[in-house]
Structure formats: structure tokens, C-alpha cells
Write a protein that binds this ligand. Structure first.
Ligand code: SIN
Length: 366
């Protein structure tokens, strides 16, 4: 029989077109032909992008660390038992802290996932990612993948070298969810700290705590416990927006509202050529009277303006405190400013420019 270690050796890393096994069977003399049980395990493609889950500190108790110092293959090798859940193939897409996440990596991820599913290379995908922008990457991929097969993002709040690093458990649970047939048809999911969240709902809400991910408006869609994965929300139909062929997304700026606010930031965004502006408004998506005059100038100049909120919880509905119909505005509903920005970029890139069409898309999946 193949040993547990032998199974772990199935993990391979691919760079571009060439396949470079980091681990091979060669040194394991106990290797036997792969049994039926092993080949029927789901195939999970792990795409590593960096983040704290791949971070390293000088000492185990150090507070500072370098995100993105460990490769995806090294990460998987440190997760005991994961080889019993799935046959894993690891690819390194990037190795960056996620505050440096960008459109280039997003397009690379989206195209790799689409190719893996189109060629039937994988039954599910797990992406390791920094937590800072995980919700944005999850939301972007959710909008463009359009496949029932699970795509799961995971990460960690503590670097891999820390006392009680959370990365290995999160990785294990992410693969467990990816391998679970119930995870199909739920869009892109985020799995950390025993919880499963939808890409639409989830947000990072604490600077340092392990329990940083919450879905303030929608709640978790499931839980992971030692015995099972329990989904508590129904599967949902997925949006599918095209990826622009030129790999460019239009400029959409977020303007953060505050007391004593004038219209300067809004006027500057229009001057800078923004095609859209998302207001991180006060309360129910509000701005000052002066800023609202700037918003009106922006919409008259053909810039799409979406009202979201800086509050972090609750919906921004149409025509409640602001007359959206009068000003030609879009209400973000449950989407926070950073997700509203991505949806607006994708809609503009897909030729949607009227406030009515854009509002329909923002309201569509609720
Ligand atoms: C990052 O987002 O890359 C750094 C923070 C983290 O992963 O927790």
C-alpha cells in the first residue's frame, strides 16, 4: 500500500507549460500503484498567490513578517491529512502580499480557472491568498467564472512560522469544502476559521483577529466541523460577466465621505477620467450638500455614480434618503465600496452604461 507520505508526494507544482514535480515517488521505496480509492478522490487545483498564509517571520513570536515567502507546494506539504481529501496539483500564480493584488493577477487566475474547468483538469480549485483583499478577488472571480464547480479562497491571519499558525487548518478546511459535492453551484466561496462565506457577503472586519471574516448582511453560508461541511444557505444562480479581451478594466474611483466634505475629490475623479465613482457614503450612503452637487456634475458628464456606505453593515437602498431617480444614481444594495467598484468596472467593460441597467445588475442576485 502507498504510505501516507507517499500520497503527499502526489502534490506537484507546475510552472508555465512545464511540469516540475517538487516531490516525486523516486525516494519512496514503499510506493505501489495508485489504488481505485485514490484515483476517485476529487482533483483539486491549488493556485497559490501569496499572503500571510505564505508568510515567514524571523522567530515564532515575531509580530512583523514577510507575506508571500513560502510557496504553495511548501504550504501543502505542511498540512497533514489533506492528501486523504483530494488529489492536489499546486501552481504558483504569484507570491505577493495581497495589498499588491492587481488586475493582472486577477485575469491570470480567472483564465487559469476557466482553462482548468474547460479541459476537465480539476473538479475544484482552491486559491491561497492574503486576507487584505481576499474579498475583492473572490468577488471578481465570482462574477467572471460562471461554473458550478467549487472555487474556494483561503488564507491566514498568522504567518506560517507563528505559534498557532492558522494557515494549515484553513488550508485543510478549504480543500475539504472544495472536495464536497454540496459546494457545487454556490459561486466562489471563502473558507477560514471553520466558516464558509459567499464572495458577495464576506468582508474582512478585524485588523488582526483570527475571526476576521464575517458576512454582515448575509451571514455565513456554511460551517466546517471535524465531521462534516454543513451548508445553511441554498445554492444560487451565478452571474457571469465576460472578461474584457484587452485585459483592461475602466477606471472607477472610490470617494470616502466624511464630515466637512466638499466636492473636490469627486470633481478630481471626473477630471482624472474616471468612468465611474463609488461613494463610500456616510450612514445610508449619504454625502454633504456640496458633495451632492459634485455628484450631479459627475452624472451630467456621463460618469456613473454608485452610492455605497462606509458603515460596513446594512443595505443602501434606492431613493430612501437620497433621490436616486432625480440624480441618476445607482444604489449599491449590500455591496461595500470595494466590491461595488469591481462590479461597476466589469459592467462598464461589458458595455453597460445606463444607471438603470447597472442598478439591475447590483440588485440582481439578492
Ligand atoms: C495580505 O493580505 O497579504 C497580508 C495580510 C494577510 O494575509 O493576512
Amino acid at each position: 500500500m502507498i504510505s501516507r507520505r507517499g500520497l503527499a508526494l502526489l502534490v506537484a507544482i507546475m510552472g508555465g507549460a512545464s511540469v516540475m514535480p517538487v516531490f516525486s515517488y523516486a525516494k519512496d521505496t514503499s510506493v505501489a500503484p495508485v489504488s481505485h480509492k485514490q484515483v476517485t478522490l476529487p482533483r483539486v487545483l491549488v493556485l497559490a498567490t501569496g499572503g500571510t498564509i505564505s508568510g515567514k517571520a524571523d522567530t515564532r513570536s515575531a509580530i512583523g513578517y514577510d507575506a508571500g515567502a513560502v510557496t504553495g507546494a511548501q504550504l501543502i506539504a505542511g498540512v497533514p491529512g489533506v492528501e486523504k481529501l483530494a488529489v492536489l496539483q499546486v501552481e504558483q500564480i504569484s507570491n505577493i502580499a495581497s495589498q499588491n493584488m492587481n488586475n493582472q493577477v486577477w485575469f491570470k487566475l480567472a483564465e487559469r480557472i476557466r482553462r482548468a474547468f474547460a479541459n476537465n483538469e480539476a473538479d475544484a480549485v482552491v486559491i491561497t491568498h492574503g486576507t487584505d483583499t481576499m474579498e475583492e478577488t473572490a468577488f471578481f472571480l465570482d462574477a467572471v467564472i460562471g461554473d458550478a464547480r467549487p472555487v474556494i479562497l483561503t488564507g491566514a491571519m498568522r504567518p506560517s512560522t507563528a505559534i498557532s499558525a492558522d494557515g494549515p487548518a484553513n488550508m485543510y478546511e478549504a480543500v475539504k469544502v472544495a472536495a464536497d459535492p454540496q459546494a457545487r453551484g454556490r459561486g466562489v466561496l471563502v473558507v477560514l476559521n471553520d466558516e464558509v462565506h459567499s464572495a458577495r457577503g464576506v468582508s474582512k472586519m478585524h485588523t488582526t483577529a483570527l475571526q476576521t471574516f464575517h458576512s454582515p448582511n448575509l451571514g455565513p453560508v456554511g460551517y466546517v466541523d471535524p465531521a462534516s461541511v454543513r451548508f445553511v444557505a441554498p445554492a444560487r444562480s451565478q452571474q457571469h460577466l465576460d472578461l474584457p479581451a484587452d485585459h483592461k478594466l475602466p477606471r472607477v474611483q472610490i470617494v470616502y465621505a466624511h464630515a466637512d466634505m466638499d466636492a473636490q475629490q469627486i470633481d478630481d475623479a471626473v477630471k482624472d477620467g474616471a468612468r465611474g465613482i463609488v461613494i463610500a457614503g456616510m450612514g445610508d450612503g449619504n454625502v454633504s450638500t456640496d458633495a451632492l452637487a459634485g455628484v450631479e456634475r459627475a452624472t451630467k458628464a456621463g460618469v456613473v455614480v454608485v452610492r455605497s456606505t462606509r458603515v460596513g453593515n446594512g443595505f443602501v437602498n434606492r431613493d430612501v434618503e437620497v433621490d436616486d431617480d432625480h440624480y441618476g444614481l445607482v444604489a449599491s444594495m449590500d455591496l461595500n465600496p470595494q466590491k461595488a467598484r469591481i462590479l461597476l468596472q466589469l459592467l462598464l467593460a461589458n458595455g453597460k452604461t445606463s444607471a438603470a441597467d447597472i442598478q439591475n445588475a447590483f440588485s440582481a442576485t439578492l
